[in-house]
Design a protein around this ligand. Structure first.
Ligand code: FE
Ligand code: FE
Ligand code: FE
Length: 223
């Protein structure tokens, strides 16, 4: 595990510690007398992103907020399905370079799932999956494309790369749109989390293009 990985893990731990702190602060605040009300409000607002957001929307979910939560549930389902698919497909790649790229993205995907769990915490919601028909369809197609190519061939890698890029583009469209909604709703911390994931998906997409253009496509042509 490299330094960057450690930092991300640490952030995930920090976040659950932070949530625990918020819960403690909230129950402590309840026990204080009313003369301390103003201080209490200020304190909770600073310590809890969730409270801050809920306060901004007067504890009432607007249509857009409900839509946003549904869409987070959709991508949470999709990331879990992608993680399973990557685990299955990595051993099927012919070139070592592609195998490594898939393994790396499998780890990144695990972190993205944890990041979405943080998004749920900021929303004050339990992590929940909502069936994403689009990713089920794309992953089924990837599976069929891979099966249609010969084991150990470079054409196999061509199929995996195109399939993986279809997945990445679905994710880029989703995270790009959700990031803009988060900004509009003033969900600053959530926007930061979504932007980190969006950057990772874009990086992966570019890496796959490079692998294809540098040698996989040419080698497949010679088969
Ligand atoms: Fe992802
Ligand atoms: Fe979806
Ligand atoms: Fe991805």
């Amino acid at each position: 595990m490299n330094q960057k990985d450690n930092n991300t893990e640490k952030t995930a731990q920090d976040s659950s510690a932070e949530v625990h702190e918020i819960e403690k602060a909230e129950s402590a605040a309840k026990q204080k007398d009313s003369s301390d009300d103003d201080g209490k409000k200020e304190d909770n607002k600073v310590k809890s992103g969730k409270k801050e957001q809920k306060m901004e929307s007067n504890d009432q979910n607007t249509e857009l907020e409900k839509f946003f939560t549904d869409a987070i549930q959709d991508i949470y389902y999709a990331e879990a399905a992608i993680e399973q698919s990557l685990a299955k497909i990595k051993s099927k790649a012919t070139s070592e370079e592609l195998q490594e790229a898939i393994e790396d993205h499998e780890l990144v995907t695990k972190k993205q799932i944890l990041r979405l769990e943080k998004v749920f915490k900021h929303l004050g919601e339990e992590p929940k999956k909502k069936k994403c028909d689009a990713i089920d369809g794309i992953l089924k197609e990837v599976d069929e494309m891979v099966k249609s190519t010969k084991d150990g061939s470079m054409t196999r890698d061509v199929a995996i790369i195109i399939g993986a890029q279809k997945v990445e583009h679905y994710e880029i469209a989703t995270y790009g749109g959700l990031l803009q909604i988060a900004i509009t709703l003033g969900y600053d911390k959530i926007a930061d989390l979504l932007e980190t994931t969006l950057d990772e998906e874009e990086e992966t997409d570019h890496l796959l293009t490079e692998i294809a253009e540098e040698h996989v496509n040419f080698e497949a042509k010679e088969e």
